[in-house]
Write a protein that binds this ligand. Structure first.
Ligand SMILES: Cc1cc2nc3c(=O)[nH]c(=O)nc-3n(C[C@H](O)[C@H](O)[C@H](O)COP(=O)(O)OP(=O)(O)OC[C@H]3O[C@@H](n4cnc5c(N)ncnc54)[C@H](O)[C@@H]3O)c2cc1C
Length: 432
């Protein structure tokens, strides 16, 4: 508990967004575009969250299968266009896995997010971490953030928790699933990038061949590769490749002792995979190690208990909802803690809808979530968590928060038809 006398700065806003990842940044931009006074709080010194700290490919914009259908639109399209104008993105067509990926330059993306904040008149507070919340009954009166200036109390009409870990929701005492449940959360991955790769020579082997070589390397006793699979892909930069190979399982990535150990082990594992790649893979003979991800990638922690919880059946049976706000055709992609990744696909060409209610913590008064902490079961989460869908949830949450402020009502009580109409006006795709 932080005491009143410790607070040395106060701010007030209509919509407060916690977390500047794909979901939170998009939520803040949407709220700002709707004319609301909006403040975005982010713990790092730049925006983008997982999109700029760990990754370089948006999945979820397109569905896998025989129809390469685009299912996310609206404000996220402006972001893609800005990357395109800067020559900082390329499409990597794919009919399997998560479908066609939009690979981008994460350094340029940091600036694109900032530019979009400025165009939407959003105030941004960087280097600020949520420390506490002040509640009155079920209402969140304010959020306290800690930074170099001390403790700042931010009062807001509506709060969007886009922290990935549902930090605000948990601090406010709302229940959650995920960590602590009987199903272990997904594994963690430190990504890394490699330079000076001969891209032509990398075409001499397939992914399956690489996996066989991983097995051979382990069997030789000279390497220790915990996961005999994973992927490496081209980036927007010549001779630079990006990987998703490291695998670490911990029960609770919000436990800072466990997370600290995982960070250290993740980097160690990454260097071991790089050693393997240099020794075994054509094209990597003269490669150099460029960088680790800014932090280890956390796929799953708290999932809120919402007014609706998206289920595995909703996903695999391509279910539709009256209060749809986002479309998704991505398979269930479960990076569990054993060998291999479990994939389960929707029927070819099909999509399910994400209901607005899955962004509303049950019985909350002025709180919404967006992004990977939505209300979904472990399996459904493993499908809906791609950045395309997180951006879609963000734009819906931002507009919904704006409507709640405008009508002085709970997010649960806004007119969902108005929300959907506004989403369509921006170019969002709500029907498959
Ligand atoms: C290893 C890995 C590989 C993946 N691969 C892909 C892929 O290739 N393509 C794809 O589309 N998806 C992929 N995903 C999934 C996807 O990246 C995430 O589900 C998605 O980015 C989550 O977005 P978000 O906005 O909900 O959370 P995040 O992007 O994590 O954003 C949360 C933000 O909140 C900030 N924050 C957190 N806590 C606080 C706090 N207390 N106070 C202030 N700020 C806070 C964080 O710094 C961060 O900026 C992958 C995920 C991982 C971990």
């Amino acid at each position: 508990m932080i005491y009143e006398k410790q607070i040395n700065q106060r701010m007030k806003t209509e919509v407060l967004v916690i977390g500047g990842g794909s979901a939170g940044s998009m939520a803040a931009i949407a709220s700002g575009k709707e004319g609301r006074k909006t403040l975005l709080v982010e713990r790092y010194g730049f925006l983008g969250g997982t999109s700029t700290t760990i990754l370089d490919t948006f999945y979820g914009f397109y569905i896998p299968g025989t129809q390469n259908k685009k299912v996310v639109g609206g404000i996220p399209d402006i972001l893609l266009e800005k990357l395109n104008q800067r020559n900082a993105m390329l499409l990597r067509p794919n009919t399997y896995g998560a479908g066609t990926g939009v690979t981008y330059d994460p350094e340029i993306l940091k600036v694109v997010w900032e530019e979009m904040m400025s165009e939407a008149n959003v105030d941004v507070l960087l280097h600020s971490f949520v420390a506490d919340v002040i509640t009155e009954d079920k209402k969140i009166k304010g959020v306290i953030v800690v930074n170099k200036s001390g403790f700042t109390l931010i009062e807001a009409d509506v709060i969007i928790d886009a922290s990935g870990d549902a930090d605000v929701t948990a601090l406010a005492g709302y229940p959650f699933d995920g960590i602590g449940s009987h199903i272990p959360v997904q594994s963690l991955t430190t990504t890394f990038r490699i330079g000076n790769v001969d891209e032509q020579r990398t075409k001499l082997f397939t992914k399956n061949q690489m996996w066989d070589w991983m097995k051979q390397a382990n069997q030789s006793g000279k390497y220790h590769l915990p996961r005999e699979e994973g992927s490496v892909h081209i980036t927007t930069l010549p001779g630079v490749m990006a990987t998703n190979m490291v695998r670490l399982a911990i029960p609770d990535p919000t436990n800072i002792i466990e997370l600290s150990k995982a960070e250290i082990l993740g980097r160690r594992q990454a260097l071991e995979y790089f050693r393997f790649m240099k020794d075994y893979l054509p094209g990597y003979e003269n490669s150099v190690f460029l960088n680790f991800s800014t932090q280890i990638g956390v796929r799953e922690t708290r999932r809120i208990i919402g007014e609706y919880t998206l289920t595995k059946e909703d996903v695999l049976e391509a279910r539709q909802f009256e209060d749809a706000i986002v479309l998704c055709g991505a398979p269930i992609e479960d990076h569990h803690n054993q060998a291999g990744t479990k994939w389960e696909y929707l029927p070819d060409g099909k999509t399910y809808q994400v209901p607005y209610r899955s962004l509303i913590p049950k019985d909350s008064v002025n709180l919404l979530v967006a992004g990977r902490c939505l209300s979904a079961t472990h399996d459904a989460h493993a499908s809906v968590r791609s950045m395309g869908q997180c951006m879609g949830m963000g734009q819906a949450a931002g507009i919904a928060a704006s409507l709640a402020v405008e009508n002085n009502c709970r997010p649960m009580d806004i007119n969902v038809k108005t929300l959907q109409q506004k989403l369509r006006n921006y170019g969002a795709i709500l029907e498959g």
